[in-house]
Design a protein around this ligand. Structure first.
Ligand code: ZN
Length: 136
């Protein structure tokens, strides 16, 4: 097979992928949070995996968790450190909620989105179907 033919196939596949909004929805599988306690702090060992998978700013994900858990948090390399003892269940629940509210498009269910700020409102903009949904 010569390379121009392969390139043509590749272009066709990509073209189909972009317009085929009703196709199978790829789901994001969130990993299990790796949590342990150190004194009165909670160490979230694999925190950085989440912003990478969700394609969001690590600081924003961290701020969301800290706010919902009503505590202070900081980044430390791959880890995040939270003040107080927080359990693993609350992290997975919050990260799933974050994904539903701020990453997955409510119209087509795809995770290929980014957020945009307009005046004081935040919108979730879908790169697959083009929907703009306000984020509460
Ligand atoms: Zn969409």
């Amino acid at each position: 097979m010569d390379s121009s033919y392969e390139q043509l196939l590749k272009r066709l596949r990509e073209g189909l992928g972009a317009s085929d909004v009703k196709g199978p929805v790829e789901r994001i599988e969130l990993p299990e949070p790796q949590i342990y306690w150190l004194g009165r702090k909670t160490i979230f060992r694999n925190f950085m995996e989440y912003p990478r998978i969700l394609r969001r700013d690590p600081d924003k994900v961290l701020m969301y968790l800290a706010k919902e858990l009503a505590t202070a948090a900081s980044l430390d390399g791959e880890r995040a450190i939270f003040i107080g003892r927080k359990d693993k269940g609350s992290f997975s629940a919050l990260l799933n909620r974050y994904m539903k509210e701020r990453v997955v498009c409510p119209i087509c269910g795809r995770p290929d989105t980014h957020t945009e700020k307009e005046k004081r409102l935040q919108f979730l903009v879908c790169e697959a179907c083009g929907a703009r949904s306000p984020i509460r």
